[in-house]
Write a protein that binds this ligand. Structure first.
Ligand code: GCB
Length: 597
């Protein structure tokens, strides 16, 4: 009874703390700060029955008297790499869904002239953090960063950090109970100790005005609400040296007119060195500038209409059967996207790590980033809505200065209902309060063939609120063709730009078979699907982009076919071993043609 009560109280506490951290203000450009990595091998304890908290194992007690003993120790057991998912690191964790405790020591000091923060790039899916035996915070959401101030909690010398991580799927989570990718758990991204000045430039947004090719919008916020503080913004190559003064909120804004700006584009991904300074604090970053707008059914990049030759991938290295987390991983994924000849990437289906986003920007890819609102979300639950708003906030705040990020995706495959509409409307409001310089998009799968009209149509009033509408449509795979591809005419949101954000089908690399039979799981059948879809694309008047599903085969727990799938979604244009399927060549050729049009 006692134990039960204690557990309930700590669960309540966890919820309360999780509330404080969801969607908190982040430190902009954490990698541009004074940071120390806490990555490496951490000690770990697998807690299948969730007993560690009852035993206060985060206190890491050591026996002192002769009668003392503790039924745990962090030393001498499992060791896990941070960053990294746990599933790919130990055979007993491959399918694990539950709690794992991570722990490590690190040296630090209390610094009179500085503030210090613990920063987590992502922990999948929920976690509670304990420093020197005390709980200091919690976070929910497996793909976005958060930090905790530890200025007053750090000790001189040895400090002991414990992270209780849990990746159990729940109905109120985002994503919820079932989703078509692997539920990797763990501290999946970098852990950093960040040191800042006492008062520092906490947040800055420096991007081109959505509608002007020569006006840079600058919004800066100090960590403290101090009026009259000076902030300098320097962009030497553009001869900008602007002095701003904070208001009572510690905020300052300016619009800077620039001459001879070289705007960022896939062909010329130009970035400028920018410095923001205030008092003793100084942050530097490479920032690019571009305009992305919609007029009628067209999408304009820097004032020119553009067709999105796009591809998607999960944050996964198939050969390693693990989550991607490093710059080297990002290079592997992005190199393959480049080879296919794309100008845009949809980072499916959740915010991916910053290495990928930053490298993609340097390599000239536009990005679509989205939160994991993926089917099956409980739109009735206000808590879930709050979590979604938090995730959206964290995604936007982290990448608000990445000009490559041109689309914020708010949902994938949701079905119309009042609750769904209210939920997604609230997300758009949250997003547009933070950032109006990017396009808001969502992917739908409701398109049907209307026999009377002899056209594909869709009825979902929510689409009117979006800048761009995206459609996932697996013609010839999940749905048979109702008419010949050349006669498959579309009339879907005809007044808005439309992107076919998913299409394709499965094929086992190297398997040859009848191009007319889906169950051959053959490269020929998949290739035929691609040819047919490409034929159909010509019948979609407002089509402004396409994105095959997907670049690589990826792991999925409900792909049960023992020989053709074996736990893999085989819709990749490239196999899990990195081999290109026939469909890859068809898409490559299509994109080459589109670019020369
Ligand atoms: C979809 C989903 C995607 C799945 C894909 C599939 O519509 O958006 O996450 O992986 O279909 O392969 O079924």
């Amino acid at each position: 009874m006692k134990i039960g009560k204690k557990l309930i109280i700590s669960m309540l506490l966890l919820t309360a703390l999780a509330e404080t951290l969801a969607g908190q203000q982040l430190i902009t450009n954490v990698y541009g700060r004074d940071i120390r990595s806490l990555n490496g091998k951490w000690n770990a304890i697998i807690d299948l029955y969730d007993q560690g908290r009852r035993m206060n194992i985060y206190e890491n007690q050591q026996p002192k008297g002769t009668t003392d003993f503790f039924e745990y120790a962090f030393e001498g057991g499992l060791r896990l790499n941070v960053p990294g998912d746990w599933n790919s690191q130990a055979t007993e964790l491959k399918y694990y869904e539950g709690t794992v405790w991570y722990a490590r020591h690190f040296d630090a000091g209390r610094l009179a002239d500085s503030r210090q923060f613990l920063y987590f790039g992502a922990v999948s899916y929920r976690c509670t953090i304990y420093l020197n035996g005390k709980e200091i915070g919690a976070h929910e959401g497996g793909f976005t960063p958060f930090h905790l101030e530890v200025t007053d909690q750090l000790k001189d010398g040895d400090n002991f950090l414990v992270v209780e991580v849990n990746n159990r799927r729940t109905k109120d989570a985002i994503p919820a109970l079932a989703f078509d990718w692997w539920n990797y758990g763990g501290i999946t991204r970098d852990v950093l100790l960040v040191r800042t000045a006492r008062t520092f430039v906490e947040d800055y947004f420096i991007q081109l005005d959505k509608n002007a090719p020569d006006r840079i919008v600058v919004k800066v916020r100090l960590s403290d609400k101090k009026a009259g503080e000076q902030i300098t913004v320097l962009i030497p190559e553009l001869k900008i040296n602007a002095l701003l003064t904070t208001d009572a909120e510690g905020k300052a804004e300016a619009v800077l007119s620039v001459k001879k700006l070289q705007r960022w584009s896939p062909e010329d991904p130009k970035l400028y060195a920018v410095t923001i300074a205030s008092g003793s604090d100084r942050v530097e970053e490479q920032i690019g500038f571009r305009n992305i707008t919609v007029k009628g059914t067209d999408i304009y990049l820097n004032g020119k209409p553009m067709f999105m030759c796009c591809i998607s991938f999960h944050e996964e290295i198939p050969q390693r059967m693990g989550r991607a987390f490093s710059e080297a991983d990002a290079a592997v994924l992005l190199h393959e996207a480049k080879e296919l000849g794309v100008n845009m990437i949809r980072l499916a289906h959740y915010p991916q790590n910053e290495y990928t986003v930053r490298l993609a920007e340097k390599m000239g890819f536009l990005l679509w980033q989205e939160i994991p609102i993926w089917q099956g979300i409980d739109f009735m639950d206000n808590d879930t809505r709050r979590k979604a708003q938090g995730m959206l906030t964290e995604m936007i705040k982290r990448d608000q200065n990445r000009c490559s990020v041109s689309y914020w995706g708010i949902a994938n495959e949701t079905q119309p209902s009042k609750e769904r509409n209210d939920f997604l409307t609230s997300l758009l409001q949250t997003g547009r309060q933070l950032d109006t310089t990017r396009l808001y998009v969502a992917a739908f799968d409701l398109v049907r063939f209307n026999a009377e009209k002899q056209r594909f149509t869709m009825d979902d009033s929510f689409t009117s609120q979006l800048d761009v509408v995206a459609i996932n449509k697996y013609m010839g795979w999940y749905h048979p063709w109702p008419v010949e591809p050349k006669d498959a005419i579309w009339e879907v949101t005809p007044d808005k730009p439309l992107i076919i954000s998913e299409f394709g089908g499965e094929a086992l690399y190297g398997q040859s078979g009848d191009e007319n039979i889906a169950s051959s799981w053959s490269e020929e059948y998949q290739a035929r699907l691609y040819k047919d879809n490409i034929r159909m694309f010509g019948n979609i008047p407002n089509l402004r982009g396409v994105s095959p599903w997907i670049l690589f085969d990826f792991r999925s727990p409900f792909r049960f076919h023992p020989t053709n799938q074996d736990g893999w979604n085989r819709k990749g244009l490239i196999s899990d071993q990195g081999m290109r399927k026939q469909a890859w060549y068809i898409m490559k050729e299509y994109y080459e043609k589109r670019k020369n049009e």
